[in-house]
Design a protein around this ligand. Structure first.
Ligand code: SF4
Length: 407
């Protein structure tokens, strides 16, 4: 990142990072967390209170849905990131194992706010729910080499599964895990088309402590088509649910052709996008999938800075130029015209494939969709679906592309 975008100053930041990385190397060699405490305090990651958990956590969290390396995790800890988000499903349990290795080696478990997720709950219901959640949790704890999680999530709940949140068996299962002290808090993650309805239910049922949701500059501060989402976030904020944002880039690595002119003006969209989410006072933590030291450096710097008027202006310019290219996940607007094809979900998997380079994961997710969804896609008349998208996406053609790439 060019020094012109940060008031922190390139020289200071370089020294900070050199120090952080050097400390990471020491940690990897097996030193204690004291080394992290000894880091220069000139550039800490700011802390926030996470809703009704009352916990002080770093406002920047580390996402781990990628091929994590122990050295990167160590460097992130050394640089001051203390909120860690993972799941049993990330890299098919490998992310938890890598984290466990580093947590044990650095002896930093107590310094972290550690979240993991249960992705195997689809059939959990009533009295059977307890066993499902407990078995998966025990396996996660073993991989993470710890005896408790700070928070345990229902991973990627969809609108169709909202009834789970009102199932006394599911509520009792989480209460039992809390009572056993294997988890301190409970929550869920969601990026489904019915996110507003899920958030409404979270606020209403009252037993979840925090949620992680897809939220980015295309929605922050926006009314019109995002009214429902904004109202639902308000309800969760009023209920003091901890709010964590993910997928904050809104298509960060899409549309490189649209970015060239803005970058020439000294604009770093990724940094502006993350700062924009923090501008929304209701969002306490941003979980970012940082995969390079440069991402780590830039996001830590961003966590200490306000969005500048220039960044806000250029990001809005980018939003307007790309709104017709980005699927906003509002499937309720187009899925009737698509006769039941889960458009928002399929286009999200296409984004994983094309923009994030997660080809294997995207294919696996697509192929795990109910058979009926994929058959529908191949046979249904999609001639009306383009007209149903208020953003003007070429939906039918994108769905065909998705089917070709992900089948
Ligand atoms: S295709 Fe359009 S209407 Fe459908 S989910 Fe995406 S943005 Fe919303």
């Amino acid at each position: 990142m060019s020094g012109s975008q940060s008031p922190c100053g390139g020289g200071n930041r370089r020294r900070f990072l050199q120090s952080a990385v050097a400390t990471g190397a020491s940690l990897a060699a097996g030193s204690s967390s004291r080394l992290v405490a000894d880091e220069p305090k000139a550039a800490p990651v700011p802390y926030v209170t996470l809703g009704k958990t009352g916990e002080k956590v770093t406002k920047l969290g580390m996402g781990t849905s990628w091929a994590l390396s122990p050295s990167f995790v160590t460097a992130a800890f050394a640089a001051g990131v203390r909120y860690v988000d993972t799941s049993e499903s990330y890299e098919n349990t490998v992310a938890e194992k890598v984290l466990g290795e580093v947590i044990e080696k650095t002896k930093m478990r107590k310094d972290l706010y550690l979240v993991s997720k249960n992705a195997g709950y689809r059939t959990a219901k009533g009295d059977s729910a307890k066993q499902v959640f407990e078995d998966h949790l025990n396996a996660s704890l073993e991989r993470l080499r710890t005896d408790y999680l700070d928070c345990y999530y229902i991973h990627g709940i969809t609108g169709e599964q909202i009834s789970m949140l009102r199932d006394p068996g599911v509520k009792a299962a989480f209460a039992a895990l809390k009572a056993s002290k294997k988890i301190r808090f409970c929550g869920l993650s969601c990026h489904d088309a019915m996110l507003p309805e899920v958030l409404e239910a979270v606020a209403e049922v009252g037993w979840l402590d925090q949620v992680m949701i897809k939220y980015n500059f295309r929605e922050v501060g926006k009314k019109d088509r995002h009214d429902e989402l904004q109202r639902a976030i308000d309800k969760c904020a009023k209920a003091n649910i901890g709010l964590v944002a993910m997928k904050t880039q809104g298509g960060a690595i899409n549309f490189p052709d649209k970015m060239a002119a803005l970058e020439a003006k000294g604009f770093k969209k990724e940094v502006a996008a993350i700062k924009t989410v923090w501008q929304d006072d209701r969002m306490q933590v941003v979980v970012s999938e940082m995969t390079t030291r440069s991402d780590l450096r830039e996001n830590i710097a961003a966590s200490r800075e306000e969005l500048t008027p220039k960044e806000a202006r250029l990001l809005e310019e980018h939003r307007l130029k790309t709104a017709h290219l980005y699927c906003h996940g509002c499937g309720h607007l187009c899925e009737t015209a698509a006769r039941g094809v889960p458009v928002a979900t399929v286009l999200r998997y296409l984004r994983y494939y094309e923009a994030y380079g997660k080809r294997g994961e995207a294919r696996a997710l697509y192929q795990a969709l109910p058979q009926i969804s994929r058959e529908l896609l191949a046979t249904v008349d999609l001639s009306k679906v383009d007209a149903a998208c208020p953003y003007g996406l070429p939906v039918a053609s994108l769905l065909k592309t998705a089917d070709q790439r992900l089948s």
